[in-house]
Design a protein around this ligand. Structure first.
Ligand SMILES: [Zn+2]
Length: 167
């Protein structure tokens, strides 16, 4: 198993556990060279994770895209890169546990859950651009869930409101 960060071939398993009710084994690995940590799954059949977009198209889950979305939301906030990597991993784990395909809405909700637990400002920024995950209805529902923010007068339009959230 090559390290996805430095391509070193020497990685070690630091944790191993069953997931999906025993249908898969999840392994946490650490690169012995650069220390990068990542997760692998062992299954009877290789099952790539697909995301169904609102227009019905199906795309492979894109870790980099999720990471970029989180990075944009946490810009200038006290969130380290290593925290972002951990968030992306937990999101992927969670989505894989759903089994089968997931939707862009599932991805968006998972990101919101992670951000809510990490940084409130980043959470609100992401919620404000949630339309990029194609689900305005879910965006509004999430906005209402957050008690510290006034309801947006034009939330229906889903326009980005990061300016008003800046501290
Ligand atoms: Zn490495």
């Amino acid at each position: 198993m090559h390290c996805p960060s430095c391509s070193c071939v020497d990685t070690k398993v630091i944790d191993s556990r069953e997931s999906e009710e025993g249908a898969a084994i999840r392994r946490r690995r650490s690169c012995t060279d650069c220390g990068y940590r990542f997760t692998t799954y062992e299954r009877l059949e290789n099952q790539p994770l697909f995301v169904i977009k609102r227009d019905g198209s199906r795309q492979p889950f894109d870790r980099a895209k999720v990471s970029a979305g989180i990075q944009a939301a946490v810009k200038g906030r006290p969130v380290e890169d290593i925290d972002i990597m951990a968030m992306v991993e937990r999101i992927e784990d969670k989505l894989r546990l759903v089994g089968g395909d997931v939707t862009t809405s599932d991805v968006g909700h998972s990101v919101l859950d992670e951000l809510r637990a990490t940084d409130e400002v980043a959470y609100m920024r992401f919620a404000s651009v949630y339309k990029n995950f194609d689900d305005a209805a879910d965006f509004r529902r999430n906005l209402r869930c957050c008690r510290s923010v006034r309801p947006a007068p034009n939330a229906r339009g889903g326009s980005a409101r990061t300016q008003s959230l800046r501290r």
